[in-house]
Design a protein around this ligand. Structure first.
Ligand code: GLU
Ligand code: ZN
Length: 298
C-alpha cells in the first residue's frame, strides 16, 4: 500500500442496528473515499461491553453488505487491539503526559464536565485509578482545524475540556484513545462522521500530536434529527433500517445529503445508486446545518 493512498473508514459501535443517521455516515464516508479512489475500511468499536448489544456487530455488517457498502480488507475489532492501546498509554506516560486520578463520579459531577486537574500532582497509584492526559496550558492545549464541511473549528482544551481520561477507573480504554490509535494504525487519511463528534476532534488532534501521528482530514456531517429535533441515535430508539428497502434507503440518504439525485435513480439497484453517488459526490452541496428532519418512516 503506498503511503499516499487515501483511506477512509466507518467505525460503528455495536450498541444496536444501523438507523438512518448511521447509514448517512456510512454512505458519506464510502462515497467520499471512493471518489478519491481510496479504500474504505470498517472498524467495530467494541471496547465498551456494558453498552454493547449481543449480535449488533453482525447485524451492522449484514446491513452494510445489503446496502452494497462493501468494505476493503478485514473488519478490525477494537476488542482485539488492547495491547496497542496499552502501548500508547505507556508512550504517553514515558513522556510524563499522563497521571492517575481517583476522583469519583460525585466529585466529577460537581465539576460540570471540565476536569480541574485535582490529581495532577498527587502521584497516585495505578490501582482503581483513571488515567488522564495532561492537556497543558491554554496555549499548548489550543487546537484548531478546518473541517471540510463545518469550516474553521477551535477549542481550548484547558478551559473547555480539561485533562481527559484515556482509561477509565473500571479499566476500560476511552473512545478518544482507541479511535486515535486505530485511525493511525489503519492509515486513515479521511475521517467522515457525524457532527456529534465535532467537539471530540480537538482532543483527538492533541492526542495525535502527543503520540507523533499524522493528522487526517476531517469532515463532520450535519446530524439527522427526529421530528422532535433530537439527534437520531440508538439511545433514543431511532428505528433500525427495515430489510428490503436498501435502494430506497440509499436514495433517501443521498437526498438528505443534498446530492440532488435524479428521481429515476430511486428505482435502480443498490449498485447503480452507489455508482451515481460516487460519480456525482459533491461535498460543497452538503449543508453545515440541517433544518430538515430525517424521514419518519425510518
Ligand atoms: N464509534 C463511534 C460511534 O459509533 C464513531 C467513532 C468515529 O467515527 O470516530 O459513535
Ligand atoms: Zn482526580
Amino acid at each position: 500500500m503506498s503511503a499516499l493512498s487515501n483511506i477512509g473508514r466507518f467505525a460503528p459501535s455495536p450498541t444496536g442496528p444501523l438507523h438512518f443517521g448511521s447509514l448517512v455516515s456510512a454512505l458519506a464516508s464510502y462515497l467520499d473515499i471512493k471518489k478519491r479512489r481510496g479504500q474504505w475500511l470498517v472498524r467495530v468499536e467494541d471496547i465498551d461491553p456494558p453498552r454493547e448489544v449481543p449480535g449488533a456487530s453482525a447485524t451492522i455488517l449484514q446491513q452494510l453488505d445489503a446496502h452494497g457498502l462493501h468494505w476493503d480488507g478485514d473488519v478490525l475489532y477494537q476488542s482485539e487491539r488492547l495491547p496497542d492501546y496499552l502501548a500508547a498509554l505507556e508512550q504517553l506516560a514515558h513522556k510524563d503526559l499522563t497521571y492517575y486520578c481517583t476522583c469519583n463520579r460525585q466529585r466529577m459531577q460537581t465539576l460540570g464536565g471540565i476536569y480541574d486537574g485535582h490529581c495532577r500532582d498527587l502521584q497516585l497509584a495505578d490501582k482503581d485509578s483513571a488515567i488522564r492526559l495532561n492537556v497543558g496550558d491554554t496555549d499548548r492545549g489550543h487546537q484548531q482545524f478546518t473541517d471540510l464541511i463545518m469550516g474553521d473549528y477551535q477549542q481550548s482544551l484547558r478551559t473547555e475540556v480539561g485533562d481527559f481520561a484515556l482509561r477509565r477507573r473500571d479499566g476500560l480504554f476511552s473512545y478518544q484513545l482507541a479511535v486515535v490509535v486505530d485511525d493511525h494504525y489503519q492509515g486513515i487519511t479521511h475521517i467522515v462522521r457525524g457532527s456529534d463528534l465535532l467537539d471530540s476532534t480537538p482532543r483527538q488532534l492533541y492526542l495525535q500530536q502527543c503520540l507523533g501521528y499524522q493528522r487526517p482530514e476531517y469532515m463532520h456531517l450535519p446530524v439527522a434529527l427526529n421530528t422532535d429535533g433530537q439527534k437520531l441515535s440508538k439511545q433514543n430508539h431511532a428505528a433500525a433500517l427495515a430489510p428490503g428497502n436498501e435502494a430506497h434507503n440509499l436514495y433517501t440518504a443521498l437526498v438528505w445529503l443534498q446530492q440532488q439525485p435524479p428521481a429515476e435513480l430511486a428505482y435502480l439497484s443498490v449498485s447503480e445508486i452507489l455508482g451515481w453517488g460516487i460519480t456525482n459526490w459533491a461535498i460543497s452541496k452538503i449543508p453545515s446545518t440541517m433544518g430538515m428532519s430525517a424521514p419518519d418512516r425510518f
